[in-house]
Design a protein around this ligand. Structure first.
Ligand code: F0G
Length: 470
Protein backbone atom coordinates (compact mmCIF):
# COMPACT_ATOMS: atom_id res chain seq x y z
CA UNK A 1 0.00 0.00 0.00
CA UNK A 2 1.28 3.45 -0.81
CA UNK A 3 -0.20 5.68 1.92
CA UNK A 4 -2.23 7.71 -0.58
CA UNK A 5 -5.39 5.64 -0.17
CA UNK A 6 -7.59 4.92 2.82
CA UNK A 7 -10.93 3.27 3.52
CA UNK A 8 -13.70 5.55 4.71
CA UNK A 9 -17.22 5.02 6.01
CA UNK A 10 -19.71 6.53 3.56
CA UNK A 11 -22.03 7.74 6.33
CA UNK A 12 -21.56 11.50 6.63
CA UNK A 13 -22.24 11.46 10.35
CA UNK A 14 -19.51 8.83 10.90
CA UNK A 15 -16.97 9.15 8.05
CA UNK A 16 -14.48 7.07 10.01
CA UNK A 17 -11.21 6.28 8.25
CA UNK A 18 -9.26 3.02 8.17
CA UNK A 19 -6.00 2.07 6.53
CA UNK A 20 -6.11 -0.04 3.37
CA UNK A 21 -4.39 -2.91 5.16
CA UNK A 22 -7.33 -3.24 7.54
CA UNK A 23 -9.46 -6.11 6.20
CA UNK A 24 -13.07 -5.05 6.61
CA UNK A 25 -16.24 -4.87 4.55
CA UNK A 26 -18.28 -2.46 6.64
CA UNK A 27 -17.51 0.36 9.05
CA UNK A 28 -16.59 -1.06 12.46
CA UNK A 29 -18.21 1.88 14.19
CA UNK A 30 -21.60 2.11 12.44
CA UNK A 31 -21.86 -0.80 9.97
CA UNK A 32 -22.18 1.39 6.84
CA UNK A 33 -20.47 0.62 3.53
CA UNK A 34 -16.92 1.77 2.90
CA UNK A 35 -15.32 3.75 0.09
CA UNK A 36 -11.71 3.78 -0.98
CA UNK A 37 -10.73 7.44 -0.88
CA UNK A 38 -7.49 9.18 -1.77
CA UNK A 39 -5.42 12.09 -0.64
CA UNK A 40 -5.53 13.54 -4.15
CA UNK A 41 -3.23 16.42 -3.26
CA UNK A 42 -0.42 13.86 -2.85
CA UNK A 43 -1.32 11.80 -5.93
CA UNK A 44 0.10 12.35 -9.38
CA UNK A 45 -3.08 12.92 -11.34
CA UNK A 46 -2.87 13.84 -15.01
CA UNK A 47 -4.16 17.27 -16.02
CA UNK A 48 -6.33 15.86 -18.80
CA UNK A 49 -7.91 12.49 -19.55
CA UNK A 50 -6.16 12.42 -22.93
CA UNK A 51 -2.98 11.63 -20.97
CA UNK A 52 -4.16 8.02 -20.90
CA UNK A 53 -3.98 7.70 -24.67
CA UNK A 54 -0.24 7.26 -24.45
CA UNK A 55 -0.90 3.95 -22.71
CA UNK A 56 -2.50 2.41 -25.79
CA UNK A 57 0.03 -0.28 -26.19
CA UNK A 58 1.05 -3.69 -27.35
CA UNK A 59 1.57 -6.48 -24.82
CA UNK A 60 4.87 -6.76 -23.03
CA UNK A 61 6.32 -8.62 -20.07
CA UNK A 62 7.59 -5.87 -17.80
CA UNK A 63 5.44 -4.38 -15.04
CA UNK A 64 4.54 -1.17 -16.86
CA UNK A 65 3.62 -2.97 -20.09
CA UNK A 66 1.44 -5.47 -18.21
CA UNK A 67 -0.38 -2.68 -16.40
CA UNK A 68 -0.79 -0.64 -19.58
CA UNK A 69 -2.27 -3.64 -21.38
CA UNK A 70 -5.09 -3.78 -18.80
CA UNK A 71 -8.16 -1.61 -19.33
CA UNK A 72 -8.25 -1.22 -15.54
CA UNK A 73 -4.63 -0.48 -14.63
CA UNK A 74 -4.05 1.72 -17.65
CA UNK A 75 -5.98 4.26 -15.55
CA UNK A 76 -3.98 3.54 -12.38
CA UNK A 77 -3.59 7.24 -11.43
CA UNK A 78 -7.38 7.29 -10.87
CA UNK A 79 -7.34 4.29 -8.51
CA UNK A 80 -3.98 4.79 -6.86
CA UNK A 81 -4.09 2.24 -4.05
CA UNK A 82 -1.58 -0.28 -5.35
CA UNK A 83 2.09 -0.24 -6.21
CA UNK A 84 2.91 -1.32 -9.75
CA UNK A 85 4.65 -4.48 -8.55
CA UNK A 86 1.56 -5.59 -6.60
CA UNK A 87 -0.89 -5.37 -9.47
CA UNK A 88 -2.88 -8.49 -10.44
CA UNK A 89 -4.06 -8.47 -14.03
CA UNK A 90 -5.38 -10.88 -16.64
CA UNK A 91 -5.61 -8.19 -19.33
CA UNK A 92 -9.15 -7.33 -18.28
CA UNK A 93 -11.07 -4.31 -19.55
CA UNK A 94 -9.98 -4.51 -23.17
CA UNK A 95 -13.55 -3.82 -24.13
CA UNK A 96 -15.28 -1.81 -26.84
CA UNK A 97 -17.69 1.05 -27.14
CA UNK A 98 -19.69 0.21 -30.22
CA UNK A 99 -21.67 2.82 -32.13
CA UNK A 100 -25.03 1.14 -32.77
CA UNK A 101 -26.80 3.05 -35.53
CA UNK A 102 -29.23 0.31 -36.61
CA UNK A 103 -30.30 -0.26 -33.03
CA UNK A 104 -30.57 3.50 -32.55
CA UNK A 105 -33.09 3.69 -35.38
CA UNK A 106 -35.11 0.85 -33.81
CA UNK A 107 -35.31 2.54 -30.40
CA UNK A 108 -35.86 6.11 -31.59
CA UNK A 109 -32.41 7.60 -31.04
CA UNK A 110 -30.66 9.62 -33.72
CA UNK A 111 -28.10 7.41 -35.53
CA UNK A 112 -24.66 8.35 -34.24
CA UNK A 113 -25.95 8.94 -30.72
CA UNK A 114 -26.36 5.42 -29.32
CA UNK A 115 -23.40 3.40 -28.03
CA UNK A 116 -23.11 -0.05 -26.51
CA UNK A 117 -20.30 -0.56 -24.00
CA UNK A 118 -19.69 -4.28 -24.45
CA UNK A 119 -18.12 -5.75 -21.32
CA UNK A 120 -18.53 -9.28 -22.68
CA UNK A 121 -15.01 -9.01 -24.12
CA UNK A 122 -13.51 -9.41 -20.65
CA UNK A 123 -11.53 -12.61 -19.99
CA UNK A 124 -14.34 -14.34 -18.11
CA UNK A 125 -17.00 -12.71 -20.28
CA UNK A 126 -18.43 -10.08 -17.95
CA UNK A 127 -17.71 -6.69 -16.35
CA UNK A 128 -16.85 -8.43 -13.08
CA UNK A 129 -13.23 -8.86 -14.20
CA UNK A 130 -12.68 -5.10 -13.85
CA UNK A 131 -13.47 -5.38 -10.18
CA UNK A 132 -11.69 -8.67 -9.58
CA UNK A 133 -8.38 -7.29 -10.88
CA UNK A 134 -8.57 -4.63 -8.16
CA UNK A 135 -9.85 -6.92 -5.40
CA UNK A 136 -7.32 -9.69 -6.11
CA UNK A 137 -4.55 -7.11 -6.01
CA UNK A 138 -5.51 -6.25 -2.46
CA UNK A 139 -6.29 -9.84 -1.40
CA UNK A 140 -2.83 -10.89 -2.51
CA UNK A 141 -1.26 -7.91 -0.77
CA UNK A 142 -3.08 -8.92 2.43
CA UNK A 143 -1.71 -12.45 2.03
CA UNK A 144 -5.19 -13.97 1.76
CA UNK A 145 -5.55 -17.45 0.29
CA UNK A 146 -9.22 -18.27 0.69
CA UNK A 147 -11.54 -16.08 -1.34
CA UNK A 148 -15.32 -16.33 -1.48
CA UNK A 149 -18.42 -14.80 -2.99
CA UNK A 150 -22.16 -15.23 -3.35
CA UNK A 151 -23.19 -15.07 -6.95
CA UNK A 152 -25.83 -15.16 -9.61
CA UNK A 153 -23.06 -16.60 -11.80
CA UNK A 154 -20.74 -13.95 -13.18
CA UNK A 155 -19.02 -12.95 -9.95
CA UNK A 156 -18.30 -16.62 -9.25
CA UNK A 157 -16.98 -17.22 -12.79
CA UNK A 158 -14.73 -14.19 -12.57
CA UNK A 159 -13.51 -14.85 -9.04
CA UNK A 160 -12.78 -18.50 -9.83
CA UNK A 161 -10.82 -17.47 -12.92
CA UNK A 162 -8.69 -14.92 -11.08
CA UNK A 163 -8.12 -17.36 -8.20
CA UNK A 164 -6.98 -20.09 -10.56
CA UNK A 165 -4.38 -17.76 -12.10
CA UNK A 166 -3.16 -15.88 -9.04
CA UNK A 167 -0.72 -17.14 -6.43
CA UNK A 168 -0.23 -15.66 -3.00
CA UNK A 169 2.98 -13.71 -2.45
CA UNK A 170 4.36 -16.90 -0.88
CA UNK A 171 3.61 -18.80 -4.07
CA UNK A 172 0.65 -20.79 -2.79
CA UNK A 173 -2.47 -21.38 -4.91
CA UNK A 174 -5.61 -19.55 -3.87
CA UNK A 175 -8.74 -21.34 -2.73
CA UNK A 176 -11.95 -20.00 -4.32
CA UNK A 177 -15.29 -20.83 -2.69
CA UNK A 178 -18.49 -19.81 -4.41
CA UNK A 179 -22.02 -19.74 -2.99
CA UNK A 180 -24.69 -20.05 -5.66
CA UNK A 181 -28.44 -20.56 -5.35
CA UNK A 182 -29.29 -24.14 -6.36
CA UNK A 183 -30.73 -24.05 -9.91
CA UNK A 184 -30.48 -20.26 -9.95
CA UNK A 185 -27.55 -19.67 -12.27
CA UNK A 186 -27.14 -20.34 -15.96
CA UNK A 187 -25.23 -23.45 -17.00
CA UNK A 188 -22.55 -21.46 -18.82
CA UNK A 189 -21.63 -19.60 -15.64
CA UNK A 190 -21.77 -22.72 -13.48
CA UNK A 191 -19.51 -24.43 -16.01
CA UNK A 192 -16.94 -21.64 -15.62
CA UNK A 193 -16.81 -21.92 -11.81
CA UNK A 194 -16.41 -25.69 -12.07
CA UNK A 195 -13.78 -25.53 -14.80
CA UNK A 196 -11.71 -22.96 -12.92
CA UNK A 197 -11.67 -25.27 -9.92
CA UNK A 198 -13.80 -23.36 -7.41
CA UNK A 199 -15.34 -25.20 -4.49
CA UNK A 200 -18.93 -24.65 -5.65
CA UNK A 201 -21.59 -24.69 -2.95
CA UNK A 202 -25.11 -24.93 -4.32
CA UNK A 203 -27.08 -23.44 -1.49
CA UNK A 204 -30.69 -24.26 -0.84
CA UNK A 205 -31.90 -20.72 -1.37
CA UNK A 206 -31.65 -17.65 -3.56
CA UNK A 207 -28.90 -15.07 -4.08
CA UNK A 208 -29.98 -13.04 -1.06
CA UNK A 209 -29.61 -16.11 1.17
CA UNK A 210 -26.18 -16.84 -0.34
CA UNK A 211 -25.10 -13.24 0.24
CA UNK A 212 -26.06 -13.33 3.88
CA UNK A 213 -24.27 -16.70 4.35
CA UNK A 214 -21.05 -15.65 2.65
CA UNK A 215 -20.88 -12.55 4.84
CA UNK A 216 -21.11 -14.76 7.91
CA UNK A 217 -18.50 -17.09 6.44
CA UNK A 218 -16.18 -14.14 5.85
CA UNK A 219 -16.35 -13.31 9.54
CA UNK A 220 -16.12 -16.84 10.87
CA UNK A 221 -14.18 -18.92 8.33
CA UNK A 222 -11.29 -16.69 7.30
CA UNK A 223 -12.79 -16.05 3.89
CA UNK A 224 -11.79 -12.91 1.96
CA UNK A 225 -15.02 -11.51 0.54
CA UNK A 226 -15.05 -10.76 -3.19
CA UNK A 227 -18.59 -9.42 -3.56
CA UNK A 228 -19.09 -5.75 -4.33
CA UNK A 229 -19.36 -4.85 -0.62
CA UNK A 230 -15.60 -5.11 -0.96
CA UNK A 231 -14.86 -1.47 -1.84
CA UNK A 232 -11.77 -2.35 -3.87
CA UNK A 233 -14.00 -4.18 -6.39
CA UNK A 234 -15.76 -0.92 -7.18
CA UNK A 235 -12.47 0.88 -7.78
CA UNK A 236 -11.85 -1.49 -10.67
CA UNK A 237 -15.38 -1.04 -11.99
CA UNK A 238 -14.94 2.76 -12.15
CA UNK A 239 -12.73 2.18 -15.18
CA UNK A 240 -15.75 1.13 -17.27
CA UNK A 241 -16.70 4.80 -17.22
CA UNK A 242 -13.18 5.90 -18.16
CA UNK A 243 -13.29 3.62 -21.19
CA UNK A 244 -16.72 4.94 -22.17
CA UNK A 245 -15.34 8.49 -22.11
CA UNK A 246 -12.30 7.34 -24.03
CA UNK A 247 -14.52 5.74 -26.69
CA UNK A 248 -16.37 9.04 -27.03
CA UNK A 249 -13.17 11.03 -27.51
CA UNK A 250 -13.44 12.21 -23.85
CA UNK A 251 -16.88 13.76 -24.45
CA UNK A 252 -19.37 13.21 -21.66
CA UNK A 253 -22.59 11.51 -22.89
CA UNK A 254 -26.06 12.63 -21.79
CA UNK A 255 -27.07 9.25 -20.37
CA UNK A 256 -25.51 6.11 -18.96
CA UNK A 257 -27.98 3.20 -18.70
CA UNK A 258 -27.05 0.18 -16.63
CA UNK A 259 -28.87 -2.90 -15.35
CA UNK A 260 -29.27 -2.91 -11.58
CA UNK A 261 -28.75 -6.04 -9.48
CA UNK A 262 -26.56 -5.77 -6.40
CA UNK A 263 -25.94 -2.16 -7.53
CA UNK A 264 -22.15 -2.34 -7.61
CA UNK A 265 -21.77 -0.92 -11.11
CA UNK A 266 -24.09 2.02 -10.60
CA UNK A 267 -22.31 2.81 -7.32
CA UNK A 268 -18.91 2.63 -9.01
CA UNK A 269 -20.06 4.87 -11.89
CA UNK A 270 -21.32 7.51 -9.47
CA UNK A 271 -18.00 7.48 -7.61
CA UNK A 272 -16.07 7.69 -10.87
CA UNK A 273 -17.86 10.89 -11.87
CA UNK A 274 -17.69 12.40 -8.39
CA UNK A 275 -13.92 12.00 -8.53
CA UNK A 276 -13.51 13.11 -12.14
CA UNK A 277 -15.39 16.32 -11.28
CA UNK A 278 -13.36 16.88 -8.11
CA UNK A 279 -10.18 16.47 -10.11
CA UNK A 280 -11.41 18.84 -12.84
CA UNK A 281 -11.13 16.11 -15.49
CA UNK A 282 -14.73 16.46 -16.72
CA UNK A 283 -16.88 19.57 -16.78
CA UNK A 284 -20.24 17.86 -16.49
CA UNK A 285 -21.78 14.56 -15.46
CA UNK A 286 -24.13 12.29 -17.46
CA UNK A 287 -27.51 11.29 -16.11
CA UNK A 288 -27.77 7.74 -14.81
CA UNK A 289 -30.61 5.31 -15.48
CA UNK A 290 -30.60 2.13 -13.41
CA UNK A 291 -32.86 -0.58 -14.82
CA UNK A 292 -34.29 -3.37 -12.68
CA UNK A 293 -36.13 -6.41 -13.99
CA UNK A 294 -39.77 -6.05 -12.94
CA UNK A 295 -39.49 -9.33 -11.03
CA UNK A 296 -36.55 -7.98 -9.01
CA UNK A 297 -37.50 -4.35 -8.59
CA UNK A 298 -36.45 -3.44 -5.06
CA UNK A 299 -34.61 -0.28 -6.10
CA UNK A 300 -37.37 0.81 -8.43
CA UNK A 301 -40.01 0.40 -5.72
CA UNK A 302 -37.91 2.08 -3.04
CA UNK A 303 -37.13 5.08 -5.24
CA UNK A 304 -40.35 5.45 -7.21
CA UNK A 305 -42.98 4.29 -4.70
CA UNK A 306 -41.33 4.89 -1.31
CA UNK A 307 -39.56 8.08 -2.49
CA UNK A 308 -36.32 6.89 -0.89
CA UNK A 309 -33.48 9.34 -1.49
CA UNK A 310 -29.85 9.73 -0.50
CA UNK A 311 -30.44 13.18 1.00
CA UNK A 312 -26.79 13.95 1.47
CA UNK A 313 -26.23 10.67 3.31
CA UNK A 314 -29.28 10.82 5.61
CA UNK A 315 -31.07 7.81 4.11
CA UNK A 316 -34.27 6.89 5.92
CA UNK A 317 -33.27 3.35 6.87
CA UNK A 318 -36.53 2.66 8.71
CA UNK A 319 -38.29 2.89 5.34
CA UNK A 320 -35.87 0.33 3.90
CA UNK A 321 -36.30 -2.04 6.84
CA UNK A 322 -40.06 -1.86 6.74
CA UNK A 323 -39.96 -2.47 2.95
CA UNK A 324 -37.88 -5.63 3.49
CA UNK A 325 -40.19 -6.62 6.36
CA UNK A 326 -43.21 -6.41 4.04
CA UNK A 327 -41.36 -8.31 1.34
CA UNK A 328 -40.73 -11.13 3.80
CA UNK A 329 -44.26 -11.10 5.21
CA UNK A 330 -45.75 -11.28 1.70
CA UNK A 331 -43.31 -14.06 0.73
CA UNK A 332 -42.13 -11.91 -2.18
CA UNK A 333 -38.82 -13.12 -3.67
CA UNK A 334 -36.96 -11.92 -6.75
CA UNK A 335 -37.92 -13.79 -9.93
CA UNK A 336 -36.79 -12.97 -13.45
CA UNK A 337 -35.45 -14.63 -16.60
CA UNK A 338 -32.49 -12.22 -16.24
CA UNK A 339 -31.00 -14.48 -13.57
CA UNK A 340 -27.91 -12.29 -13.14
CA UNK A 341 -30.05 -9.54 -11.59
CA UNK A 342 -32.47 -11.77 -9.68
CA UNK A 343 -31.69 -10.00 -6.41
CA UNK A 344 -34.12 -8.79 -3.76
CA UNK A 345 -31.79 -7.08 -1.28
CA UNK A 346 -29.06 -5.17 -3.10
CA UNK A 347 -26.10 -4.69 -0.80
CA UNK A 348 -24.91 -1.44 -2.37
CA UNK A 349 -28.25 0.34 -2.00
CA UNK A 350 -26.87 3.43 -0.15
CA UNK A 351 -24.07 3.94 -2.67
CA UNK A 352 -26.49 3.56 -5.59
CA UNK A 353 -28.77 6.19 -4.03
CA UNK A 354 -25.73 8.45 -3.77
CA UNK A 355 -24.94 7.86 -7.45
CA UNK A 356 -28.55 8.62 -8.40
CA UNK A 357 -28.43 11.88 -6.46
CA UNK A 358 -25.09 12.93 -7.93
CA UNK A 359 -25.98 11.98 -11.50
CA UNK A 360 -29.58 13.22 -11.43
CA UNK A 361 -30.60 9.65 -12.07
CA UNK A 362 -33.78 7.70 -12.62
CA UNK A 363 -34.76 4.10 -11.90
CA UNK A 364 -37.15 2.02 -13.98
CA UNK A 365 -38.12 -1.63 -14.18
CA UNK A 366 -38.82 -3.63 -17.32
CA UNK A 367 -40.68 -6.95 -17.73
CA UNK A 368 -38.94 -10.13 -18.88
CA UNK A 369 -40.61 -10.01 -22.33
CA UNK A 370 -39.14 -6.55 -22.97
CA UNK A 371 -35.72 -7.74 -21.77
CA UNK A 372 -35.75 -10.73 -24.13
CA UNK A 373 -36.94 -8.68 -27.10
CA UNK A 374 -34.21 -6.10 -26.40
CA UNK A 375 -31.68 -8.91 -26.13
CA UNK A 376 -32.67 -10.21 -29.56
CA UNK A 377 -32.25 -6.69 -30.99
CA UNK A 378 -28.79 -6.36 -29.44
CA UNK A 379 -27.94 -9.73 -30.94
CA UNK A 380 -29.06 -8.66 -34.37
CA UNK A 381 -27.39 -5.27 -34.29
CA UNK A 382 -24.43 -5.65 -31.93
CA UNK A 383 -22.21 -8.23 -30.31
CA UNK A 384 -25.12 -9.83 -28.45
CA UNK A 385 -25.41 -10.01 -24.67
CA UNK A 386 -26.94 -12.03 -21.87
CA UNK A 387 -30.51 -11.27 -20.69
CA UNK A 388 -29.60 -9.07 -17.68
CA UNK A 389 -27.44 -6.83 -19.88
CA UNK A 390 -30.33 -6.21 -22.26
CA UNK A 391 -32.30 -4.63 -19.42
CA UNK A 392 -30.31 -1.49 -20.24
CA UNK A 393 -31.64 -1.42 -23.82
CA UNK A 394 -35.19 -2.31 -22.71
CA UNK A 395 -34.87 0.55 -20.21
CA UNK A 396 -33.79 2.89 -22.99
CA UNK A 397 -36.87 1.93 -25.02
CA UNK A 398 -39.10 2.68 -22.04
CA UNK A 399 -37.41 6.01 -21.30
CA UNK A 400 -37.73 7.01 -24.96
CA UNK A 401 -41.43 6.07 -25.04
CA UNK A 402 -42.05 8.19 -21.96
CA UNK A 403 -40.06 11.10 -23.35
CA UNK A 404 -37.49 11.08 -20.53
CA UNK A 405 -34.73 10.53 -23.08
CA UNK A 406 -34.95 12.48 -26.32
CA UNK A 407 -33.84 11.34 -29.81
CA UNK A 408 -30.94 13.79 -29.85
CA UNK A 409 -29.48 12.64 -26.51
CA UNK A 410 -26.19 10.76 -26.54
CA UNK A 411 -26.81 7.47 -24.79
CA UNK A 412 -24.51 4.69 -23.62
CA UNK A 413 -26.04 1.33 -22.64
CA UNK A 414 -23.75 -0.92 -20.62
CA UNK A 415 -23.83 -4.51 -21.87
CA UNK A 416 -22.56 -6.29 -18.81
CA UNK A 417 -22.15 -9.88 -19.98
CA UNK A 418 -21.32 -12.04 -23.01
CA UNK A 419 -24.05 -13.45 -25.24
CA UNK A 420 -22.96 -17.06 -24.58
CA UNK A 421 -23.32 -16.76 -20.80
CA UNK A 422 -26.93 -17.87 -21.04
CA UNK A 423 -27.42 -19.48 -24.43
CA UNK A 424 -30.38 -21.52 -23.12
CA UNK A 425 -32.38 -18.31 -22.75
CA UNK A 426 -31.42 -17.23 -26.26
CA UNK A 427 -32.26 -20.50 -28.01
CA UNK A 428 -35.49 -20.79 -26.06
CA UNK A 429 -36.49 -17.26 -27.16
CA UNK A 430 -35.90 -18.00 -30.83
CA UNK A 431 -37.74 -21.33 -30.71
CA UNK A 432 -40.64 -20.88 -28.38
CA UNK A 433 -44.26 -20.41 -29.39
CA UNK A 434 -46.27 -18.04 -27.22
CA UNK A 435 -50.01 -17.77 -26.76
CA UNK A 436 -50.82 -14.12 -27.46
CA UNK A 437 -54.56 -13.36 -27.12
CA UNK A 438 -55.48 -16.93 -28.17
CA UNK A 439 -53.12 -16.78 -31.14
CA UNK A 440 -50.04 -18.96 -31.25
CA UNK A 441 -47.11 -16.77 -32.27
CA UNK A 442 -43.36 -16.63 -32.32
CA UNK A 443 -41.63 -14.02 -30.17
CA UNK A 444 -41.30 -10.61 -31.83
CA UNK A 445 -37.72 -10.99 -33.05
CA UNK A 446 -37.54 -14.78 -33.17
CA UNK A 447 -35.23 -16.42 -35.68
CA UNK A 448 -36.26 -20.07 -35.58
CA UNK A 449 -34.01 -22.77 -36.96
CA UNK A 450 -35.62 -24.61 -39.89
CA UNK A 451 -35.55 -28.39 -40.30
CA UNK A 452 -34.34 -29.00 -43.78
CA UNK A 453 -33.94 -32.23 -45.77
CA UNK A 454 -30.37 -32.89 -46.92
CA UNK A 455 -30.84 -31.90 -50.57
CA UNK A 456 -29.79 -28.82 -52.53
CA UNK A 457 -33.37 -28.35 -53.77
CA UNK A 458 -34.72 -28.26 -50.24
CA UNK A 459 -31.99 -25.85 -49.15
CA UNK A 460 -32.73 -23.62 -52.12
CA UNK A 461 -36.43 -23.57 -51.19
CA UNK A 462 -35.58 -22.66 -47.59
CA UNK A 463 -33.36 -19.77 -48.71
CA UNK A 464 -36.03 -18.45 -51.09
CA UNK A 465 -38.69 -18.51 -48.38
CA UNK A 466 -36.47 -17.14 -45.67
CA UNK A 467 -37.56 -13.83 -44.15
CA UNK A 468 -34.31 -13.46 -42.17
CA UNK A 469 -31.55 -13.40 -44.77
CA UNK A 470 -32.01 -10.55 -47.17
N1 F0G B 1 -25.43 -7.76 -15.44
C1 F0G B 1 -24.82 -8.93 -15.25
C2 F0G B 1 -24.50 -9.75 -16.43
C3 F0G B 1 -24.50 -9.35 -13.94
O1 F0G B 1 -23.89 -10.51 -13.76
C4 F0G B 1 -24.86 -8.55 -12.83
C5 F0G B 1 -24.57 -8.96 -11.48
C6 F0G B 1 -25.49 -7.33 -13.11
C7 F0G B 1 -25.76 -6.97 -14.40
C8 F0G B 1 -25.86 -6.41 -12.02
O2 F0G B 1 -24.75 -5.66 -11.63
O3 F0G B 1 -24.76 -6.08 -9.20
O4 F0G B 1 -23.42 -4.26 -10.21
O5 F0G B 1 -25.90 -4.10 -10.12
N2 F0G B 1 -24.18 -10.10 -11.16
C9 F0G B 1 -23.76 -10.48 -9.82
C10 F0G B 1 -23.17 -11.87 -9.84
C11 F0G B 1 -24.71 -10.21 -8.75
O6 F0G B 1 -23.17 -12.54 -8.80
O7 F0G B 1 -22.66 -12.28 -10.87
P1 F0G B 1 -24.70 -4.98 -10.20
Amino acid sequence: MNGLAFQQCISHSCARRYGCDDVLFACRACGSLLDINYDWSRCEVPKSLSFFEKRWSTPGRDLVARADFSGVWRFRELLPFAALEDIVTLAEGRTQLQQADDLATKVGIKPGNLFLQYEGFNPSGSFKDNGMAAAFTIARKHGRRRVGCASTGNTSASMAMYASQTRTQRGEPMQPIVFVGGGKISLGKLAQALDFGALTLQIDGDFDACMSLVQQAANQLDLYLMNSVNPFRLEGQKTIMYRVLEGLGWHVPDWIIVPGGNLGNSSAFGKAYMELRTLGLVDRVPRLAIINASGADTLSRLVNCEQLKYEGGRIDSTRVHSFYGRMKAEGRAAKTIASAIEIGRPVNLPKALRALEYMNGVVRDVPDEAILDAKALVGRHGFGCEPASAASVAGLQLLREKGVISPSDTVVCILTGHALKDSDATVHYHQSIVNDQHQLKLKTFANTPIRCPATIDAISTCIRHSSVVS
